[in-house]
Design a protein around this ligand. Structure first.
Ligand SMILES: [Zn+2]
Length: 361
C-alpha cells in the first residue's frame, strides 16, 4: 500500500519538525501531538515511518538487533555471534508499530515463562510490543485513554532505550529504542501532568483556517485517493531528499559540539519561563543538536535552541493565565524572528512548490 507522502502534508510545520527531530535522535524521548480529530496526526506518523531510510537488522531476531552494534545485541544474537561468528543480516524499512489502546502491561513489555524456568531451568521470553518497536516508530493513538501504568512503562523504555522484565528473581532485557509518537484529543480527557512532562516534545495542532491551504489539503487528498502511484511519483523527489537528509543527520549527530555558553542560554530560557525540574533543559539541548544535524552543521546556534524550546516548553509551563503564556511565546517567536531576519521557516522540512498547481487541477 502506498502511504500518503510526508512531504505532501500541508502546513503543520511544528509537528513535522518535532517528528523529524525524533527520527534523527530517538533519544530526545518522543513527541506528543495534541489536537482535534482529522488534523493529520496519524497520517504524519505513518508517513514519517514510510520515508525513513532502510536499516540493517539481524535476520530472524524478534528485537531487530543492529548487526553493526555488538554491544546492543540481545542475548540470543550475542550467543549466535559467538558460535557462528557472523550474524545473518537483512535490510528493512522502519516499521510502524501501532499500540492498541487496550494494551496490557504483559502485551507491552512481553512475558517471562516462569513455569518453564522453574521446571526445566530454561529462560523463555515471549516478546511484546516493545520488542517489535525496537528501531521502529511506536505510535500510541489516544495515549490519554491508555492505562497510566502502561504509559509510564513506554516512557521509561523510550528514555532508557532498553526493556527490562523481571519476575520472581528472573530477569530478561532487550534493546527498545524507538521513535515514540503519542497523540491525543484533549476534548476526550487530559493526560496526568506527571506523564505529560515526560513526553520530551509536545505540539498542539489545530485545523488550518487559511483558505488556500485548505484547498491544497483537499486537492492533494483527492489526487492521492484517485491515483496513489502517480501521486507518490510527484512527491518522490522531496520525499527522498528528506529521507537522505535524515540519514546524514543521524551520522552527523554524534559529532555535533555545544559550548558552555549554549548551556547557559538554555538555562536562562527555562528559568525565564519558570519551568520546574531539569528535564526541559536536557530535552532542549538534545533537540537543538538534532536540529543542527538536520541542517548539516557541526555546532548549535541560538536559533536551534529557540526552535527546540518552542517544542519542549508548551506542556511544561506552570498553569498561568492563558494570555500570559501566550505573551511569553510571542516573545520567544520574536526572538526567533530576530535571529532569522524575519523568515521563521524551516525550509528543509517544508514541502516544495505544489506540483499539482501547475497542472491546474
Ligand atoms: Zn537480537
Amino acid at each position: 500500500m502506498i502511504i500518503f507522502p510526508f512531504a505532501a502534508i500541508v502546513g503543520q510545520e511544528k509537528m513535522k519538525r518535532a517528528l523529524v527531530l525524533n527520527a534523527i535522535s530517538p533519544q530526545i524521548g518522543g513527541v506528543l501531538i495534541r489536537g482535534e480529530r482529522g488534523t493529520a496526526k496519524s497520517t504524519a506518523a505513518r508517513a514519517l515511518a514510510a520515508l525513513l531510510p532502510e536499516i540493517d537488522v539481524v535476520e530472524g531476531c524478534p528485537f531487530s538487533c543492529d548487526p553493526d552494534l555488538p554491544e546492543t545485541l540481545c542475548d540470543d544474537c550475542r550467543a549466535k555471534l559467538v558460535t557462528e561468528r557472523v550474524l545473518p543480516r537483512l535490510k528493512r524499512r522502519t516499521q510502524f508499530v501501532d499500540l492498541p489502546v487496550s494494551a496490557t502491561e504483559d502485551r507491552v513489555v512481553g512475558t517471562l515463562d516462569i513455569e518453564r524456568a522453574i521446571k526445566k531451568g530454561e529462560r523463555h521470553f515471549e516478546p511484546g510490543v516493545l520488542a517489535a518497536a525496537n528501531r521502529s516508530l511506536l505510535y500510541v493513538d489516544e495515549v490519554n485513554l491508555l492505562d497510566d501504568h502502561v504509559v509510564d512503562l513506554l516512557l521509561d523504555s523510550a528514555a532508557m532505550g532498553v526493556n527490562v522484565v523481571e519476575r520472581e528473581g528472573i530477569s530478561f532485557s532487550h534493546p527498545a529504542q524507538f521513535i515514540l509518537v503519542g497523540t491525543m484529543n484533549p476534548e476526550e480527557g487530559e493526560l496526568r501532568p506527571q506523564l505529560l512532562d515526560r513526553f520530551a516534545l509536545c505540539v498542539e495542532i489545530k485545523g488550518i483556517l487559511e483558505a488556500g491551504q485548505r484547498v491544497d489539503i483537499v486537492r492533494r487528498r483527492i489526487a492521492y485517493e484517485q491515483d496513489p502511484v502517480a501521486f507518490y511519483a510527484e512527491w518522490e523527489a522531496p520525499e527522498q531528499a528528506l529521507s537522505r537528509c535524515i540519514e546524514q543527520a543521524r551520522l552527523l549527530l554524534p559529532e555535533i559540539k555545544y559550548t558552555e555558553g549554549d548551556l547557559f542560554t538554555i538555562a536562562e530560557l527555562t528559568a525565564e519561563f519558570e519551568v520546574d525540574g531539569h528535564r526541559a533543559d536536557l530535552v532542549i539541548l538534545k533537540a537543538a543538536l538534532a536540529q543542527a544535524a538536520f541542517e548539516g552543521r557541526q555546532t548549535i546556534t541560538h536559533r536551534d535552541i529557540l526552535l527546540a524550546a518552542e517544542l519542549a516548553l508548551p506542556h511544561r509551563l506552570k498553569k498561568k493565565p492563558f494570555q500570559e503564556t501566550q505573551l511569553q511565546f510571542e516573545r520567544l517567536e520574536q526572538r526567533l524572528e530576530m535571529n532569522e531576519n524575519g523568515a521563521v521557516v524551516d525550509t528543509a522540512v517544508q514541502a516544495p512548490p505544489d506540483p499539482l498547481k501547475k497542472t491546474g487541477f
